[in-house]
Design a protein around this ligand. Structure first.
Ligand SMILES: NC(=O)c1ccc[n+]([C@@H]2O[C@H](COP(=O)([O-])OP(=O)(O)OC[C@H]3O[C@@H](n4cnc5c(N)ncnc54)[C@H](OP(=O)(O)O)[C@@H]3O)[C@@H](O)[C@H]2O)c1
Length: 292
């Protein structure tokens, strides 16, 4: 059994995936824009992830743009049968790397076709509608129009499952009245726990919760409590952060991002890390301290 297998599995719609996956955003160039410095290193990370047992990779055609999906295709196609590639749509990139909403029917449809072409797939297994009402966090507002477009694309057979990203609990509830939502992808980690109640609600309903920025994102988590717990366990702070997420709820699927094979291996080893009760209590203080 590999470390990845030790994380267990959870449903993603009709598919079952291992709870330790991989997020491919870091494979594009700086600022998730343009090509990576070392394309061969990016290919190696993806091949190592799959060789280690990963069957869930998160991506988007707006990473690069196009670059990350093209690297995934070059590294892994023809894809293993059990590999689930999850993508997201609703943003586009300016020539300066800026992020802009792309929420119209034409833009959403083009984004699905861009993903299909650049990944080399006939159907996308899971597409997350990423709310751009707020760029840095969820903002209330109706997602009915773009979600209806995505549901149409699903009916056309281009998309198998639909998820939501960067959304509020109300947007999830409203979305579930439009179509089946199989996963929610929001920012969440040891220090940023705004979605605690939503995670429990989704777990009750068998819906996957996929935290982005599980390690803190572009600036990995910094916390003296986390550092102390890691030292006591003989693990790295980021391994403890991932082990805590696996422990937090059974419906959490991990997609930590890295452009380094060494970091990838360290992250997978987190699935083998047990967190004793007294240390879990200490780790609960990280978010309280971060919130001030
Ligand atoms: N839906 C959305 O809006 C949204 C937004 C952001 C991200 N995402 C998805 O979520 C995935 C995860 O988020 P993320 O990649 O932004 O952030 P993350 O996983 O929280 O952290 C990535 C950062 O941690 C570093 N890192 C990873 N493993 C490490 C290790 N073992 N030791 C030291 N540093 C380590 C990486 O640098 P190195 O490359 O040097 O390892 C990178 O700087 C993304 O890849 C993407 O697929 C979705």
């Amino acid at each position: 059994m590999t470390n990845v297998d030790k994380a267990g599995t959870f449903s993603l719609g009709k598919r079952k995936v291992k709870r330790m996956g991989y997020g491919a955003m870091q494979l594009a160039g700086p600022g998730v824009f343009g090509p990576p410095k070392d394309r061969n290193a990016a290919l190696a990370v993806l091949r190592e992830a799959v060789a280690s047992g990963v069957d869930h990779i998160d991506t988007s055609d707006f990473y690069g743009p196009h670059v990350t999906n093209q690297i995934i295709r070059e590294a892994l196609a023809p894809y293993p049968k059990d590999l689930v590639i999850v993508t997201k749509i609703s943003a586009k990139r300016g020539t300066d790397g800026s992020w802009m909403p792309a929420f119209s029917r034409a833009e959403l449809t083009a984004a699905v076709h861009d993903n299909l072409r650049n990944l080399g797939l006939d159907v996308l297994e899971v597409v997350n509608l990423r709310s751009m009402l707020g760029i840095h966090g969820p903002v209330e507002g109706s997602l009915e129009a773009p979600l209806t477009v995505l549901a149409d694309l699903q009916r056309q057979g281009l998309v198998r499952h639909i998820g939501l990203s960067n959304v509020t609990a109300k947007q999830v509830a409203d979305g579930r009245r439009i179509c089946e939502i199989v996963c929610v992808q929001n920012a969440y980690n040891l220090a940023h726990r705004a979605d605690d109640a939503l995670i429990d609600e989704l777990a009750h309903d068998g819906i996957a919760y996929v935290p982005f920025f599980p390690l803190g994102g572009f600036t990995p988590l910094q916390s003296s409590v986390l550092f102390e717990v890691a030292a006591r366990l003989g693990a790295t702070p980021l391994q403890v952060a991932l082990a805590w997420l696996l422990h937090r709820a059974p419906n959490i699927l991990l997609i930590p991002g890295t452009g380094s094979v060494a970091h990838l291996r360290e992250n997978f080893a987190a699935a083998d890390l047990a967190l004793p009760d007294e240390l879990l209590k200490d780790l609960d203080r990280v978010a309280k301290i971060a919130a001030g």
